[in-house]
Design a protein around this ligand. Structure first.
Ligand code: GLN
Length: 304
């Protein structure tokens, strides 16, 4: 399969389509990004990468970081983590609050904000220096040990994060947050502010294409069974209320973020990262969704 050629071809096709999406503006700093950015990078288990467009430019990965924090918490707690957070899709927006009351403070899945806030609480309870230790974890499974948070983005979100603070307080009222809610959301905002480019992102996620083992240094992050479960969650819950459509059109486990990034995983074959900051109505990258649909169609590489 000539991935390089197909990436170039699909990239050019998508560039021609009018991007009807809009930048996320509820985190003020995200609205300062050049909306025309468009980058793609595919990485394979045999250590090859094929990029196109702005694939070397760093962006805010936002909710994509929820996969990394979940994997670290899963590694620490094992299966008991599912007592604190569910594994069901929501059919609602990423920042939805409605189901929390019905489910008595147990978020339906770890990829909606409520679930990621509970995962952040778990990490605070289990790590000595949560912010530093999480970054050390991410760097340890990455090819680039310089990866970092963006203070600017984190501070921008911290000054307007009322809804996430509300979510955290509501969960706390049901007893499913153990730490101080303002420490929990602060840590959650720090996680979301991680920055990297498409190449770094696609490489970082290769462990999920490799049964939970980082291919760069053979560090086991998850067991084979846990890795399968994280991929299943990304498939069913990775795109908020557009997860069904992503499975239908793209057919790969994946995760998106409001910074306009998407990571998708083809177990045992490759990972692919796409970045286009303009978001569709469901909060997923307009260009990213369209690119991946065409890419898996052309390469016949949907897992289905
Ligand atoms: N930090 C963002 C928030 O909590 C992440 C949301 C996202 O990327 N979907 O609102």
């Amino acid at each position: 399969m000539n991935f390089k050629e197909i990436i170039q071809e699909v990239y050019q096709e998508i560039e021609k389509i009018e991007d009807t999406g809009e930048l996320a503006s509820y985190i003020p700093e995200l609205a300062n990004v050049d909306p025309e950015n468009f980058g793609v990078c595919l990485s394979t288990l045999d250590d090859s990468s094929f990029g196109s467009g702005n694939c070397d430019e760093k962006f805010s990965i936002q909710s994509i970081a929820k996969v990394l924090s979940l994997c670290l918490a899963y590694n620490i707690l094992g299966e008991s983590i599912w007592e604190r957070v569910g594994v069901e899709p929501t059919g609602t927006a990423f920042d939805s609050i409605v189901q929390l009351e019905i489910n008595k403070g147990i978020p339906r899945n770890p990829f909606m904000n409520a679930g990621a806030i509970v995962v952040s609480d778990i990490l605070i309870s289990n790590l000595e220096n949560p912010k530093e230790d999480f970054l050390t974890f991410v760097r340890s499974i990455s090819k680039n040990s310089e990866l970092n948070y963006s203070e600017k983005i984190a501070n921008s979100e911290k000054s307007f994060g009322y809804r996430n603070i509300a979510l955290c307080n509501l969960i706390k009222s049901y007893g499913n947050i153990q730490n101080n809610p303002s420490d929990v959301v602060d840590f959650y905002f720090d996680l979301c502010s991680l920055e990297m480019n498409c190449k770094e992102l696609s490489e970082l996620f290769l462990y999920l294409a490799n049964d939970g083992i980082s291919p760069f240094n053979n560090i086991p992050i998850l067991t084979k069974s846990q890795s399968k479960r994280i991929n299943a969650l990304m498939q069913t819950c990775g795109f908020y209320d557009e997860s069904g459509e992503f499975a239908f059109k793209v057919g790969l486990p994946g995760k998106s973020g409001v910074g306009g990034g998407i990571i998708a995983v083809h177990p045992n074959r490759y990972t692919i990262a796409v970045w286009g900051p303009r978001l569709n109505k469901k909060g997923n990258s307009f260009k990213g969704m369209n690119f991946l649909e065409k890419f898996t169609t052309k390469t016949e590489s949907s897992i289905f």
